[in-house]
Design a protein around this ligand. Structure first.
Ligand SMILES: [Zn+2]
Length: 342
């Protein structure tokens, strides 16, 4: 992803989303028929313990395939592994294949991987991360044209969500949860030429753009979404990302308050961070599901960590404690949502 440049009208747009989602309580119609509403009782459940070592192993496994750049063998193998894992943990999996043209002109064969828990429940939460890695190391001094491991930028969010999926499968939950691994997030054009005023926003997040226009189920919606991106680096700092604060400040405040109560305030700092163009922007604007982003935004002039889009974004950067902070807090949000349904 890249730093977000605020387009005119985004504030007004978010207001409209707020109004439509507020009136969205009626069952959705899909192909003329009402979506099944399951009235099985909810159980009060305790929050499972997120296993940081398991999450770390999921990150290391993705990195072991090599850079997950669309149209490569590593990408194909990783896709099979991710789908298999979600199925193993009890999710109903949809592989949404798509083609999209990158800014380079290359036609990319992408796949969004969607793992659904309790697909017929009306009350749903959407979780997301991107599973591709950047095709170039354009912020590095060497091997600039080679793809990066993307241990943090991509694999960390997916690893944390796989561990969450494993816990959902093992412990059960009554609300609906959808875990989407978006593809082709990181193949965009990072324009650092001050004379080039072209807006390259739409060259990023090709998978979530496709999904937002082609939902995996007609009429699909969720109460809200949480995106995890760069949630594994040692001493990460999850500042409150600017767009997320415009999209759903109530949710951001709720999550950061919970994190503080869970002694994770070292990571979830109560400070405003810069806005970023990430999958949450397209989920919010295209699918009209208000989604926020948990993302490492270090203090200082630069938006992202020193390793961002360089070969330093490798497994040595990853700290299981950071994965644990993000994963345990998101698990608590899910079970809190479940237990509020009484
Ligand atoms: Zn990136």
């Amino acid at each position: 992803m890249k730093k977000y440049i605020n387009p005119i009208g985004f504030f007004a747009f978010i207001l409209i989303i707020g109004l439509t989602t507020a009136c969205n309580e009626e069952p959705k119609k899909a192909n003329g028929t009402k979506t099944e509403i399951v009235n099985e009782p909810f159980q009060k459940r305790s929050v499972p313990r997120f296993d940081r070592d398991s999450a770390y192993a999921f990150v290391a496994k993705q990195v072991s395939f090599g850079p997950r750049v669309p149209n490569t063998e590593a990408h194909r193998k990783c896709k099979e592994w991710l789908s298999g894992k979600l199925k193993e943990f009890g999710a109903e999996v949809i592989e949404q294949d798509f083609q999209a043209e990158a800014y380079t002109g290359e036609m990319l064969n992408g796949t969004n991987i969607i793992g659904q828990f309790n697909p017929h429940r009306k009350k749903r939460v959407l979780l997301g991360a991107h599973w591709d890695s950047r095709h170039i190391a354009d912020k590095d001094d060497e091997r600039v044209d080679e793809p990066i491991d993307g241990a943090d930028d991509g694999a960390s969010g997916v690893g944390a969500l796989l561990e969450i999926a494993r816990q959902l499968g093992k412990n059960g939950i009554d609300i609906g949860v959808d875990i989407i691994f978006f593809d082709a997030e990181d193949l965009g054009k990072d324009n650092r030429d001050p004379n080039d005023k072209t807006d390259y926003t739409n060259t990023w997040c090709l998978g979530s753009q496709h999904w937002g226009k082609n939902l995996h189920r007609p009429g699909y919606t969720a109460q809200y979404g949480i995106l995890l991106d760069m949630v594994g680096a040692k001493n990460a700092r999850f500042a409150q990302e600017e767009l997320s604060m415009k999209i759903n400040p109530t949710l951001v405040n709720k999550i950061w308050t919970m994190a503080g109560q869970m002694n994770q305030g070292k990571y979830f700092v109560n400070a405003l961070g810069p806005g970023v163009t990430d999958d949450h922007y397209f989920v919010t604007t295209l699918a009209k599901i208000p989604m926020i982003d948990i993302i490492n935004l270090p203090e200082g002039n630069k938006t992202f960590g020193h390793y961002h889009h360089t070969h330093d974004d490798n497994i040595d950067l990853i700290d299981p404690n950071t994965l644990n902070a993000a994963g345990q807090v998101v698990l608590a949000v899910l079970y809190n949502e479940n237990n509020q349904t009484f």
